[in-house]
Design a protein around this ligand. Structure first.
Ligand SMILES: [Zn+2]
Length: 364
């Protein structure tokens, strides 16, 4: 019944837009339709029974359909794009409640209250985390579903996405990277070892006589070591990236090449080449796995406190390995940075997750 009222509203509003355009040659706006609905529901009982803001959501949906239509008209030269269509019974499937609590609410009993429908028994597919923002009621293949869109608060950061927890990574000085959950990843020993060998070999080249056979041989040695190191490096990057992508739904890291950063970047720059290649690999793997990767501005991520959000007056220097905030929060310097990076990453990304619930034995 509820779905049917919304479908009628959609089609009626579509007809109004059509009629006004034919009679007056102008488009009707969403605002006009919202006002029109306010009047109309005084005389049509089934409209009067619908929740007002969810009816507005249906009108906005029509508005979006028209906007998309006009965009297509502008974009296409000549061939006429499809005009928004009337929805037959089986083509209108969703009713949205745009502000949670207004017309639709999940009760402590586990039932969902829907205005003018009553309490409906549902089975959640998984527990709700964060704050419910909107609710949609949907019919699909003869079954009914209630979909809760929830927004994770920063405190729920570790559970923030549909596809797994979110993580922040700080590309460290001492460690290769440190995660916001406190895991520190060391570069493998062989990696450092071969870099040391490479340096030795490079020195040996510069000590040999220019153009000599011995220098040529030493150069060859350097080239071989170079390749070996690069392979080891790539291998390590692939493994680390795979692990991060497998375990998370969102990965936030600091953006490299952000201009005007004084802090520890200088000291870090020696590693930048390696990180660029690591982040490229991470990006590729994440894309394949539909895991989100977000780069954040690293400014102040080292100094700010990830617990209280304040920046302590006494700045950390490069040698300060510990973050100790007057608020009482103490953590490893890089872990604190990683947590700040995570928070920024989450704020850049819409961390809406959807929880679906089956509706048992009800027609809505
Ligand atoms: Zn603090």
């Amino acid at each position: 019944m509820m779905l049917e009222s919304h479908r009628r509203l959609y089609n009626l509003a579509l007809r109004e837009r059509r009629d006004v355009y034919e009679a007056q040659g102008r488009s009707v706006s969403y605002g006009e339709q919202s006002r029109w609905f306010k009047e109309t529901r005084k005389v049509i009982p089934s409209f009067a029974a619908t929740n007002f803001s969810s009816a507005q959501a249906t009108l906005r949906r029509l508005d979006r359909a028209f906007r998309a239509f006009f965009r297509r008209v502008r974009a296409s030269a000549g061939d006429a794009p499809g005009y928004p269509r009337y929805k037959p019974g089986d083509r209108f499937r969703t009713v949205e409640f745009p502000s949670y609590g207004d017309g639709c609410k999940l009760k402590e009993t586990g039932r969902v209250y829907i205005q003018n429908v009553g309490h409906v028994k549902v089975k959640l597919h998984r527990p709700i985390e964060g704050t419910i923002k909107t609710v949609s009621v949907k019919r699909s293949c003869g079954k009914w579903y209630v979909i809760f869109s929830c927004e994770a608060s920063p405190g729920d950061a570790s559970k923030a996405t549909e596809d797994g927890p979110a993580v922040g990574i700080d590309l460290g000085l001492k460690s290769f990277l440190v995660t916001s959950s406190g895991e520190s990843v060391e570069p493998p020993r062989y990696y450092r070892e071969s870099q040391r060998k490479l340096r030795v070999a490079q020195r040996s080249v510069s000590r040999k006589k220019k153009g000599s056979e011995r220098q040529r041989k030493a150069r060859k040695q350097v080239a071989r070591l170079h390749e070996k190191t690069a392979n080891q490096c790539r291998d390590f990057h692939h493994k680390r990236a795979r692990k991060l992508v497998d375990q998370h739904g969102l990965i936030a890291h600091e953006a490299l090449n952000v201009k005007g950063i004084a802090r520890s970047r200088l000291a870090k720059s020696a590693h930048d080449a390696g990180w660029t290649s690591f982040l490229n690999i991470l990006g590729q793997k994440a894309e394949e796995a539909a895991v989100r990767v977000v780069a954040v501005d690293p400014r102040n991520t080292t100094q700010a406190c990830s617990s209280c959000g304040q920046t302590p007056e006494i700045k950390k220097t490069l040698s300060d390995r510990l973050h100790a905030c007057p608020c009482g929060y103490t953590a490893d310097r890089d872990e604190n940075a990683a947590r700040n990076i995570l928070r920024l990453g989450l704020s850049l990304w819409d961390v809406t997750q959807r929880v679906t619930a089956n509706v048992s034995r009800a027609r809505l």
